[in-house]
Design a protein around this ligand. Sequence first.
Ligand code: HEC
Length: 263
Amino acid sequence: MKNLALNTVRFVAAGIIAAGLSTSAAMAAEGAAVESQSWTFTGPFGTFDRAQLQRGYKVYKEVCANCHSMKLVKFRNLAEPGGPGFTEDQVKALAAEYEITDGPNDDGDMFERPGKPFDTFVSPFANEKAARASNGGAYPPDFSVIAKARPDGPNYIYALLTGYEEEPPADVEMREGMYYNHVFPGHQIAMAPPLSEEIVEYTDGSPMTVEQYAHDVVSFLMWTAEPKLEERKRMGLQVMIFLIVFAGLLYFTKQKLWSDVDH
Ligand code: HEC
């Protein structure tokens, strides 16, 4: 019986270790081609870096949002716990920078008004056809869940953003309007390199380099894809702690119950 209890404890411990490792194992299996970056949000204790999410939002807003929509995210999400941590007033100001088409009003007409926190992010194109027409026939995918829609999303998007090469290898014939990227499947992508040094102004002293922009915008995209990541990890840890304590209690209860019995 003693063995059984010990085995239970071992089993629980193995489960905890396996749970911790499975994320990195799964990522390694899928993302063999791209290099793994260090992110604040991976691992069982992962959290987002608020300042980084705010910078990432700036990169998205000033660069990516010219082509990529984000239809599932609302301005007010930017102030919710576990996110970039903007204040309510900052969110109001950010939303008000946009003109939103609303309506119809009592006369049946659509009208323009400043954005409000409850509005969704404004899409750059009216519809998919318009988006394709402006991008040489290619469609810039919506960004709401992009970091989870690609295998090993964060590392892949980082590698994609930093994976452009000005000179394609000699044996590659480029199609018109395409750019060489060694990470994109097929190596020819219709997206021009979106990032370059100092394209976005940072005021917190972070380096204004392509690598830093890519890290920041990818962290932001990870948050939009999984806004409850921090809550989920916290809950997971609490469950683990509970299981450990519970396993210990079971063990001692068993010891006590069997202490008077010859065995
Ligand atoms: C000028 C327009 C434009 C801008 C700006 C732009 N993109 Fe794109 N993006 C595109 C187009 C077009 C595609 C589709 C490419 C294709 O299918 O060949 C694309 C595709 C992508 C993809 C999907 C790649 C895949 O695996 O399918 C990602 C990720 C991406 N862009 C990230 C970004 C990020 C991050 C930014 C901002 C830093 C950004 N893009 C800025 C036009 C743009």
